[in-house]
Design a protein around this ligand. Sequence first.
Ligand code: REY
Length: 411
Amino acid sequence: MASRTVYRGAVPGSLVLTLLAGPAHAVDRRPDAAASTAALPAPDTAGLSRVLRTALAQGAPGAMARIDDHRTAYDDHATVHKATEGVADLATAEVMDTADRFRIGSATKTFSAVVLLQLAAEGKLRLDTSVNHYLPGLLPDDRITVRHVLSHRSGLYDYTNDMFAKTVSGFEAVRSKVFTYRQLVARSLQHARTHAPGAVYAYSNTNFVVAGMLIEKLTGHSVRTEYDNRIIEPLKLRDTFYVHPDTKIPGRHAHGYLTPDEAGAALVDATEQTVSWAQSAGAVISSTRDLNTFLSALLGGRLLPASQLAQMERWVPAGTAQAYGLGLRRRDLSCGVSVYGHTGVVQGFYTYAFTTKDGRRSLTALANTSNNGAVQTTMLRTLESAFCGKQTKTRIPAPFPRPAVENDLSQ
Ligand code: REY
């Protein structure tokens, strides 16, 4: 993708200049373990295929990955690596194809965060203001801010924990339901909050239901309209849709197969569902190409002014070798490279979508099953193949300078 500005909001003058400069002149604001994609080893494409085959051996009907590698900022035509294994549809034996669309689950959260950060750039939203200022009376604690919600530090219980305590019956109970955002928040509020506002990171879908409510309140439009106008149309993402509450994936797509909790039980075709239980937290449909384009544009500075992207990259610790910003996850790989994006889990689909600091090398990988921990762990290794290249033997990663993790959780 060319270094074209697509952000169309009202950005203060100096920020417009930064945006117009595009990725070729974008300035890294802080030290990073691998700021330049030129320094990355070539992707290990044979290793990538081996990882996908392992996912099949562990129970995924199919798996695929696409790497878009823009080696320099001036390189409009990326080198594309595609890998596929197995089938997109068990009934027809149609083989998996990287053009197949699929449900991206929580990678949706990055879309929601981008919309809100554009609204912040337009002066319509302040990150450190109480959610209740914008949505009076919604939450039981005025101290919960927009920033807490976008960084999973609100303490709002994740209502999907009890919704999907039983995997298949929980799914069947909601697959054709249409929820309002308020109904989902109400389910969360039946439980005590998990911690005080701002205290720690605790992943919860409730946060990005609140994000969807904020988008609709501040714009007067549905999240679908805002995703379309601010992201999908400007980036020409032809495989990306928000069709809620429609249940079908438009056009060519992979079927998703949910793994039951009972060992040996047959996979459940979960492709068709409203995804109303997730909406702005997880209901977007996309493709490997579009997710790579989206993340490349985001990290390349073409969706947000630099100051808003910097807010998105204020990290809080979020588990081993990872940190969370605002709707954006950072993963620290064994070779010393950090990558930025999101994972997604929706019934039948595991998604990994990550890009480099400069947005020039992106990977999206999908397995068309879920509720299978072995497959989920295996698919994480696609990141190592894509960004760390060939590694001769398994090694204990040496310590390397990581990008800063924010320890000041006070705000
Ligand atoms: C919901 C359960 C997962 C998935 C979830 N997804 O919160 C959001 C995300 C949108 O982070 C389901 N697991 C499965 C179970 C476990 O039902 N009992 O694995 O498909 O992407």
